[in-house]
Design a protein around this ligand. Structure first.
Ligand code: F0G
Length: 428
């Protein structure tokens, strides 16, 4: 394959490269965007809505349903090559009861933990692995706080590729480590943090001819755009006032902004939402840079929300561009606020992993500060499944997390195998 209808462009100096050039950075070291010729896009709301009742696996995928805006190859080529496994099509929950607690009535939660491997990463990975197939790569690699690696390991396995993952030793949730091992990835535990792992994997991929599947890979971003597309379709194309989501390596907010700007440009939505990116206070380089109006300064990250424990995010420049374009804001929340929000989301029967719950903690803060109005429609993104990190759940409810007050603890009650004693406990 040599001619494709998209090309790559540098975020920093605007230099362009061909669409299948095997590179993640410009010669000037800036990161790259995938640029589509949107004037050729004939997609409409009607076409997209008709695909909701189709039996074609591409239409049934919540990513490939939007293929003309993601990887516009001919359908028969995509049918042959797309590494699809039913990603996306996640629930958008009416969360008005949670909204009442945080101060907005019209709150919705898009649950990306309902993807095949339990996080939003599957949306980027289906496209990333498809590119790896298109480029005839045999092996893929990533550094990860756990979800990217779980997703990559699965999509590589279904595509018959070798997967090599770099994770910070002892610092990822057990559910995620289990997935990487179970799906058969070569798992290298680095004595260091995510940022060390990220630096190493880039070098290894360059020297060993392995395809890099972190979100610095611009095709990961293309797949993740579909979350924003799907939220709009879920809401019958009525654009909400806000989309709020957690920020770690900053690929996801980059993707949401890029996608919605493109959806607007092709006329499928009439206006744009604002975006709120929420960081953990112990891993807040974007928050600091945004509030001071300066470039990112790396920090040593520390938060209980291990998924977003990242001090040197690779996509910060693209991320800031998207936040500016969507008139967005960046905020930060403490670990205790994250876990209180988590207990609220979990007890509503929805449930999500800690990093995801930064979203709701951030919405609460922005409402208190008067940035988000109480009447505005807000869609929060829950990025990962509750079962990714069961240790935190149990320790929270047992009141055993150091430095955290468990305001919503629901500790188990021990009882003898005695019917009267159990009756007494239930009636209490
Ligand atoms: N939420 C969850 C559950 C995540 O796993 C991540 C990132 C984020 C939010 C932040 O998204 O990096 O695009 O800003 N996890 C990556 C990983 C870093 O390796 O799984 P981001």
């Amino acid at each position: 394959m040599d001619e494709v209808p998209w090309h790559l462009a540098c975020v920093r100096c605007a230099e362009t490269y061909s669409g299948l050039d095997l590179r993640y950075r410009c010669d000037c070291s800036g990161t790259l965007d995938v640029i589509h010729d949107l004037s050729r896009c004939e997609l409409t709301r009607e076409i997209l809505d008709s695909r909701l009742s189709s039996k074609d696996p591409l239409d049934r995928s919540g990513v490939w349903r939007f293929r003309e805006l993601i990887l516009p190859l001919a359908d028969d080529k995509l049918q042959e090559i797309a590494a699809a496994r039913g990603e996306g099509s996640t629930n958008l929950y009416d969360a008005s009861t949670i909204g009442l607690e945080v101060g907005v009535e019209d709150l919705w939660l898009k649950h990306e933990g309902e993807n095949p491997t339990g996080s939003f990463k599957d949306r980027g990975m289906t496209v990333g692995i498809t590119l790896a197939k298109l480029l005839e790569m045999n092996a893929v690699a990533c550094a990860s706080t756990g979800n990217t690696s779980a997703s990559m390991a699965s999509y590589a396995a279904i595509s018959g590729m070798d997967a090599i993952i770099f994770i910070p030793e002892g610092k990822i949730a057990f559910g995620k480590l289990s997935q990487a091992l179970a799906y058969g990835a070569k798992t290298i535990q680095i004595e260091g943090d995510f940022d060390d792992a990220m630096a190493l994997v880039q070098e290894i991929c360059d020297s060993e001819g392995i395809y890099l599947l972190n979100s610095i890979n611009p095709f990961r971003i293309e797949g993740q755009k579909a979350i924003g597309f799907e939220i709009m379709q879920d809401l019958d194309w009525q654009v909400p006032d806000w989309i709020a989501l957690p920020g770690g390596n900053l690929g996801n907010n980059t993707a949401i902004a890029k996608g919605l700007l493109e959806l607007h440009e092709v006329g499928i939505i009439d206006s744009l939402p604002r975006i709120a990116v929420v960081q953990a206070a112990g891993a807040n380089p974007l928050y600091t840079a945004w509030t001071k109006g300066v470039d990112i300064e790396p920090v040593k990250a520390d938060t209980i929300a291990t998924a977003i424990k990242i001090g040197n995010p690779v996509s910060w420049r693209k991320s800031m561009r998207g936040i500016t374009a969507l008139d967005g804001v960046v905020t930060e929340v403490t670990d205790e606020q994250i876990l209180d929000a988590k207990a609220l989301i979990d007890a509503a029967g929805i449930g999500a992993e800690p990093a995801s719950c930064a979203t709701v903690a951030g919405i609460r803060r922005l409402v208190q500060e008067g940035v988000i109005g109480p009447q505005e429609r807000v869609v929060g993104m829950l990025t990962g499944n509750l079962l990714k990190d069961p240790d935190i759940v149990v320790n929270y409810h047992m009141g055993e997390l150091e430095g955290i007050e468990s305001h919503r603890a629901n500790a188990p009650v021990s009882a003898p195998a005695d019917i009267d004693e159990i009756r007494r406990i239930i009636r209490q």
